[in-house]
Design a protein around this ligand. Sequence first.
Ligand SMILES: C[S@@+](CC[C@H](N)C(=O)[O-])C[C@H]1O[C@@H](n2cnc3c(N)ncnc32)[C@H](O)[C@@H]1O
Length: 340
Amino acid sequence: MTVNENPRAAAQHVNELINGACATQVIAAAVSLGLPEQLAQGPKPADQIAAAVKAHAPSLFRLLRAMETLGLVETREDGAFALTEAGQLLRADAPQSVRGRALFAGDLLWKQFEDLTHSVRTGERARTIGHEGFAEFPNNPARLEAFQRAMVETSVRAVHAAVKVYDFGRFGHVLDLGGGYGGVLGVLLQTYPRLTGAVCDLGYLADRATAYLGEAGVGDRAAFIGGDFFKSVPAGFDLYLMKFIIHDWNDERALTILRHTRAAASASAKLVLLEQVVPERLSRDPADQAIARADLTMLTVGGKERTESEYRALFAATGWRLTSITPASDTIAVIEAAPG
Ligand SMILES: C[S@@+](CC[C@H](N)C(=O)[O-])C[C@H]1O[C@@H](n2cnc3c(N)ncnc32)[C@H](O)[C@@H]1O
């Protein structure tokens, strides 16, 4: 029976949607307080956790109880709390950690969505976030770290999927343009031992990106280039790769980035975008929900998720020719273009 045929199911469905905000902040609070790390060594009672994280014990108990209703922790016979399998993913050191995403969702993303009505009315970015966009991050190091960690988490997953469907091994020298800490480049260099590359991003990321690439074990084959893709793009690479860059910007800005990339690329170079290609029609499928969510997120920062024909048009206007779109996961596709 669908929600349309059952009024009680319809009410439950819409209430769950309305109350999603609570789950976002329960998780963000738990992660901010370091609860997953406290429980990493095994079950603990609430008052012991509260003492360790310097929280108000009765209130922390209530947070843990709420987490239990969300399936993130469970209570043992003796009243101690333990992480569930889902809760383990909130640990910083979990292989599939979503900790960065949780902090980003509870802070910056939360602020963006506060002004969604304004963005829909006007087409403008949210007024609840700064006007300077990426340039503002250095003023808020915790927010910068949460944002870039969230990017690394999705990048590592996306690139592990992408290398299964697209041969990056035929390239020699790759530029991860707007690469942040280098989550994309890190996986590529780990996968292809002969590949070398560079992350090009805003100069304030130099130390963090260099440290990340070193920790990923590829520091000897990876450089960091401070730059601004609205001014120019470095030449000399045979693959120009951008993950979640073009979607950040409106058409005018996206065209500028693609034009500068084309000016830097030789006739034999390739361009690859890792993006979420919007199907002509979206369904209720979780993958389509994720694409719609990403698109509204982009609306609130002045960008957009695009359809295949929209990417084709951007390429055609900037000296690129769409050569292939290869789905890598439910949401991420490898979009390849050649000079043309
Ligand atoms: C959505 S993040 C994507 C990061 C990375 N590609 C990933 O997916 O993990 C966008 C990136 O673009 C960078 N960026 C923003 N404006 C830039 C500019 N003018 N020149 C170069 N990089 C820029 C940001 O610093 C940020 O790292």
